[in-house]
Design a protein. Structure first.
Length: 298
């Protein structure tokens, strides 16, 4: 994107299949000031994988010795401050490897394209700024605490950012996250609840201290297995983002957002699953996003 340099705080997702995709710092268009670009929107945070019938829990864990590739593409549209409109496209590639029947390791990386258009409230001048850049890379682990039997299944995960791209400087191991997904299958319905908390430590960018603030997300959802190839799902994602600080000054107060999610999984085969998720902000400033995920098992 030719134009401004953006340092941003996307709640990039944890992958749609389970990992919450958090994000890098805070979006800061050079001309428009320090503000979040997608906030938690691109988070089709679907921290939860959506169902365990027959497609549902496919992405929650990887069998021992198997490798899973998850490629996703998300488009988000949102309105910013007065007289501003923003588009963003983020691509993410994730790999998972099954260490044991209960544990797997995963890594992912994301790339972002943004376009912001608007008009200055005081000047009346219009502007158009675009940007494309690498966002971040993460390393994490998932562990099945218990199976789905008389009581719901429990799967936990923890992850850290290997590299996060700032406006001019990069940071490593300054963002950490942990969460848990619980689900109960009552054929043909699966009830899912995911909880996620991220700790985002202060980091230096161009010699200045940036503190993105921590994030908590609650994501209940329901999946319905139509047949052996199609699973429908719907859910609500509630996100609480604590204040962010720039050089010790508060840039944003504590913010909450609620998103409605609708999705469908289609299994082409036992090794290939396509998911499409539509997410719309019903309270807050996240805007609307459409996400495509392809999960392939080697």
């Amino acid at each position: 994107m030719a134009g401004s340099n953006l340092t941003f705080r996307v709640a990039t997702s944890h992958t749609r299949w389970n990992l919450p995709i958090r994000s890098a710092g805070h979006l800061k268009p050079k001309h428009f000031g320090f503000r979040p670009m997608l906030a938690a929107a691109i988070c089709t945070f679907s921290t939860a994988a959506q169902a365990d019938l027959p497609l549902a829990v496919e992405g929650l864990l990887t069998d021992r010795g198997e490798v899973k590739l998850d490629l996703s593409l998300t488009y988000n549209n949102s309105a910013g401050e007065i007289l501003e409109n923003r588009d963003a496209v983020i691509g993410t590639a994730a790999l998972r490897y099954g260490l044991t029947g209960k544990m797997d390791l995963y890594g992912r990386a994301s790339y972002l394209y943004t376009s912001a258009r608007g008009m200055g409230f005081t000047t009346g001048n219009t502007y158009h700024a675009t940007n494309h850049r690498f966002v971040d890379s993460w390393l994490g682990m998932s562990y099945r605490i218990k199976d789905d039997n008389t009581t719901p299944a429990l799967i936990g995960f923890a992850e850290t950012a290997l590299l996060e791209k700032g406006q001019k400087s990069n940071s490593s191991f300054h963002s950490w996250a942990a969460g848990i997904t619980t689900y109960k299958s009552i054929d043909p319905i699966v009830f899912i609840l995911s909880v996620y908390y991220s700790i985002n430590l202060p980091r230096k960018d161009s010699g200045l201290t940036v503190n993105p603030g921590n994030t908590f997300t609650l994501n209940p959802s329901i999946a319905f297995s139509v047949n052996d190839r199609v699973t429908l799902n719907t859910g609500v994602r509630w996100t609480n983002a604590w204040p962010s600080h720039y050089e010790g000054q508060t840039q944003y107060f504590r913010r909450t957002n609620t998103d409605l999610q609708l999705g469908v999984d289609y299994g082409f085969s036992n090794d290939d699953i396509l998911n499409v998720t539509f997410s719309s902000n019903v309270s807050g400033t996240n805007g609307t996003s459409l996400r495509f995920d392809w999960l392939h098992t080697f």
